[in-house]
Design a protein around this ligand. Structure first.
Ligand code: UT7
Length: 328
């Protein structure tokens, strides 16, 4: 009998500090009307000096563990999707593994930008389905606000900080759990969205780094075009592989980057608005945090219930994209 990776608990954490569009318009040449009409964002949560992916991941993980009833010492693996980890190394997942007391777990980070949670869930499900792990903690977290250029109005209005966590457990013959995942990439699009400085090609403070920006660079129009195509394609592919159709989806939880991108995916799937979970207005784009924060909020609100079929889809720098189809 085959094993499925069932979702046992969820949790999320965001910094308390809220930055509204009105406050942003005192910092750069923008306004609430432009930001809301182009993106659907009204506000975002911003981390302070002592708030990092580790602190946010810890809070979200503790909530997910409590929600699931799984003990940290019973975890076999800790996976953190992030591109803004606390340090170059060790991984944020190792800091987290120690802090929660996951004494018997392995730990690794997944660098897939805004698709970090999609990729991490795929890894967790594969480990569980092959019998390599029974209980896995997956976190998606980013604090992009610490590496955006606060003088660049075309990027700084988009991002917020936050973490979401889920606990997965292998259950034989389960109807519930991760049904299918698809992961895709196109590295030729690296030029459209990147943060070049700080790796070993352009180390901080080196002559090679000097002419380059240390902040997030994005060609918004190119990323927008890619995102609209990629979101719909990944959804159709994961549904086709599961031999399912869009009308069998109970809740659509897309990456929360831009309401216009979400809306185009909804139209391609021909889903009614009630089946689409949206919180981009309150959080902005939290990168790898976005989908698990949405799943956690949807659970808290009673919108997402056991037995429902959930379609999640994400895209991000790489370029990477993918989707997870889950029976909750
Ligand atoms: O997870 C992956 C992360 N990235 C994304 O998801 C981003 C995908 N891209 C987008 O969401 C959209 O491209 C943006 C929201 C970034 C931009 O929206 P757009 O409708 O593509 O606007 P645009 O870049 O074509 O800019 C239109 C105008 C420009 O002025 P001109 O040249 O027409 O005079 C910009 O300078 O809007 C101007 N503009 C702004 N105005 C007020 C750009 N940013 C702002 C701003 N406030 N914050």
């Amino acid at each position: 009998m085959s094993i499925r990776a069932r979702i046992e608990g969820v949790g999320h954490a965001v910094p308390p500090r809220i930055l509204t569009n009105d406050e942003l318009s005192t910092m750069v040449d923008t306004n609430d009307e432009w930001i809301f009409s182009r993106t659907g964002i009204r506000q975002r949560h911003i981390s302070g000096p002592d708030e990092t992916p580790f602190t946010l991941a810890l809070e979200a993980s503790q909530k997910a563990l409590a929600h699931s009833g799984v003990a940290a010492e019973d975890l076999d693996m800790v996976i953190v999707g992030t591109v803004t980890g606390d340090m170059q190394f060790p991984s944020t997942s190792c800091l987290l593994q120690d802090a929660i007391g996951a004494k018997h777990a392995g730990a690794f980070d997944v660098g897939a930008a805004c698709a970090g949670f999609i990729y991490s869930i795929a890894n967790a499900a594969a480990l569980i389905e092959t019998g390599m792990a029974k209980k896995v903690l997956v976190v998606g977290v980013d604090v992009l606000t610490k590496i955006v250029d606060w003088t660049d109005r075309s990027t700084c209005v988009l991002f917020g900080d936050g973490a979401g966590a889920v606990i997965l457990k292998g259950v034989e013959g389960s109807e519930r759990g991760v049904i299918k995942t698809v992961l895709l990439s196109d590295g030729s699009g690296a030029k459209h969205i990147h943060n070049e400085v700080g790796g070993s090609r352009y180390p901080f403070g080196s002559p090679q780094a000097a002419p380059r920006s240390q902040k997030v660079y994005m060609n918004g129009n190119e990323v927008y075009r890619f995102a609209v195509q990629a979101m719909g394609d990944a959804c159709m592919k994961v549904l086709a592989e599961a031999k399912m159709t869009p009308d069998e989806v109970d809740l659509f939880v897309p990456h929360q980057a831009n309401i216009r991108i979400i809306e185009s995916a909804r139209e391609r799937l021909n889903l009614p608005s009630e089946k689409v979970f949206v919180n981009v207005d309150r959080f902005g784009n939290t990168s790898a945090g976005s989908i698990p924060i949405a799943l956690s909020e949807a659970t808290e609100m009673g919108v997402l219930k056991p037995g429902m079929t959930v379609l999640t889809v994400g895209f991000g720098a790489g370029l990477v994209w993918g989707a997870n189809l889950i029976r909750w």
